[in-house]
Write a protein that binds this ligand. Structure first.
Ligand code: ASP
Length: 589
């Protein structure tokens, strides 16, 4: 129906007869001449209708925004002084000769140019219109280029694109399952996959050697800004490759995508052990663009007469850490109060600080509500350890290790953003040597990655000291965001059983939930490992989007609903009956 896309026309098309199809972006009546800006996914072209072609002129006069039209016309240079250098098509216009309305449109709930002035809920409810916005279309096009390049890389490296089931059993990745009731086996449920983890491992047992899938994953968890209940992973698994080789290959893949699409050279990624990430950055996904680090000062604070510090300093699970902000002396009382509230979100009960006005004067030169509690020798040791200079501000976190890491880790990122401390645009790294397990609040243990991750030690060593054992897991982190994570897997059933036992999964439960995996590991499972990248997050970072919803065609809200289709919705009694399900209405308080 068209000869060209609207956005494709330029001076080289002058004098050509063309046919365009698209949406009326804007209609203007300029003293007897009608201008239509006609839009398609490639851009916008200005079309002029003169009154001397009465039919098309009358039609052009009648169209409204978002009407769908087809038109014929002649491309000509724009008159001098009307060239628009901000538009790809700004040098030309089309003199319209024929116009056909293919479909009318009601007045849209918001004008595309005016989307900032409506709430996101209005845009999500009318997503089919929102997705017409050129910025969002560019992001979706970019996403498609990313997947296409990733596929090409993986195809070229011998990976087989293999689909795995959506209706399946639980695949534990630490979230709740989305369940689907079975009609044919009433009372039984499928779980939607939290990831294809177990299937990809089985494919390795089957000798596929290299697998990938751009896979939908489903996790029912409390949503944060950069999470969606269903999201997309670039899921990868390989056999007979070492951790080193998997890291090298997938790093090369990500580097090549950045190079090709953004012309950015990410260089070679540094590696950081998990312990260092937590110690210096309070996070297992440190944002290395920010030059601030956490420094432990527990040893200095053990003897001070200030319980807020000495308590956590003496507690083996506590930590006292300092965060030096060079030049932070200029922060106002109000700013410090706001940061105190901010760390409260992470459980910190306060935010002690010292302003270093004159480091040569340890009696008078330090300004702080708490400095009186610190003997002069402690003040001196502190300034030396932090290499503090006049004009610096030192924040403190003193609590359980977890609270200090989370609070100061988040404060570090917030200060980086607020004070624009970034030293570079892109800071990738691999975090390695994760512990196998961590303690839960009820004193049990849980896998840090998932229970199929191989430890770096023997089953005996693991049993003897589960909380200090390291795993062969690795995460790729970019600008403080976890882009991907994976591990070498357990490929021997005895080791897998040991891990299940440590996780307090009984033999019956192991058999019931993971019998097929344990069986497969007994029938010649090769050493294998892999990882998965979060595609949505990758595209979000690459397009510099503020929200993950900007790079997903039909996203859900933070309360896991789809405003467009109104899913989840109620179902008919008949359907429930077929499934043998009776719904207990939630009690409204
Ligand atoms: N299945 C893991 C995840 O979803 C990734 C992996 O270990 O390959 O995080």
């Amino acid at each position: 129906m068209r000869s060209h896309y609207c956005g494709e026309l330029n001076a080289s098309n002058i004098s050509q007869e063309i046919t365009l199809c698209g949406w009326v972006h804007r209609r203007r009546d300029h003293g007897g001449v009608i201008f239509l800006d006609v839009r398609d996914r490639e851009g916008i072209t200005q079309v002029v209708f003169d009154p001397d072609r009465a039919d098309s002129f009358a039609l052009a006069d009648s169209v409204r925004n978002e009407y769908v039209v087809q038109l014929k016309g002649l491309v000509r240079a724009r008159p001098e002084g009307t060239v628009n250098p901000n538009m790809n098509t700004g040098e030309i216009e089309v003199l319209g000769t024929e116009l056909q309305i293919l479909n009318a449109a009601q007045t849209p709930p918001f004008q595309l140019d005016d989307h900032q002035n409506v709430g996101e809920d209005v845009r999500l409810k009318n997503r089919f219109i929102d997705l017409r916005r050129p910025e969002i279309q560019q992001k979706m096009r970019f996403r498609s280029k990313v997947t296409s390049l990733l596929r090409r890389y993986l195809d070229d490296n011998g990976f087989w694109d293999t689909e795995t089931p959506i209706l399946t059993r639980a695949t534990p990745e630490g979230a709740r399952d989305y369940l689907v009731p079975s009609r044919t086996q009433q009372g039984s449920f499928f779980a939607l996959p939290q990831s294809p983890q177990l299937f990809k491992q089985l494919l390795m047992v089957s000798g596929f050697d290299r697998y990938y899938q751009i896979a939908k994953c489903f996790r029912d968890e409390d949503l944060r800004a950069d999470r969606q209940p269903e999201f997309t992973q670039v899921d990868i698994e390989t056999s007979f490759m070492s951790e080193e080789q998997i890291i090298a290959m997938t790093e090369e893949m990500i580097v090549s995508v950045f190079k090709e699409l953004l012309n950015i050279d990410l260089g070679s990624f540094p590696r950081m052990p998990y312990s260092e990430a937590m110690e210096s950055y309070g996070s297992d996904k440190p944002d290395l663009r920010i030059p601030l680090t956490l420094v432990t000062v527990s040893d200095l604070m053990q003897g001070v007469d200030f319980k807020v510090f000495s308590g956590p300093a003496k507690d083996p699970k506590g930590r006292v850490a300092a965060l030096k902000v060079p030049g932070g002396n200029s922060l106002t009382r109000k700013q410090i109060d706001d940061y105190t509230k901010f760390v409260g979100i992470y459980g910190a009960k306060g935010l002690a600080y010292i302003k270093v006005n004159d480091k040569s004067n340890l009696e008078e030169g330090l300004q702080s509500p708490i400095v009186k509690f610190l003997p002069v020798d402690v003040r001196e040791a502190l300034l030396t350890r932090l290499d503090a200079q006049d004009g610096d501000l030192i924040f403190f976190g003193a609590d359980s290790e977890k609270v200090v890491n989370e609070a100061l880790g988040a404060l570090r990122c917030k200060l980086g953003e607020d004070m624009d401390l970034y030293t570079c645009e892109w800071a990738p790294l691999w975090v390695v040597d994760f512990p196998m397990f961590e303690e839960t609040s009820d004193g049990g243990i849980t896998a840090i990655h998932h229970p199929f991750t191989a430890p770096s030690c023997s089953p005996e060593e693991l049993k003897a000291s589960p909380l200090t054992a390291l795993s062969q897991a690795y995460d790729m982190v970019l600008n403080g965001t976890e882009l991907g994570g994976g591990s070498i897997r357990i490929h021997e059933s005895s080791m897998q059983e040991t891990v299940f036992e440590l996780l307090n999964i009984s033999a019956e439960e192991q058999e019931e939930k993971f019998g097929f995996l344990l069986d497969a590991l007994k029938f010649g499972a090769p050493p294998h490992g892999g990882l998965a990248f979060g595609l949505d997050r990758l595209v979000m970072l690459m397009t510099d989007s503020l929200s993950i919803r900007d790079v997903i065609a039909f996203p859900k809200t933070q309360s896991a609903t789809c405003l467009l289709t109104q899913a989840p919705g109620e179902v008919s009694d008949k359907q429930l009956k077929e499934l043998s399900i009776r719904v207990r209405k939630p009690v409204v308080e």
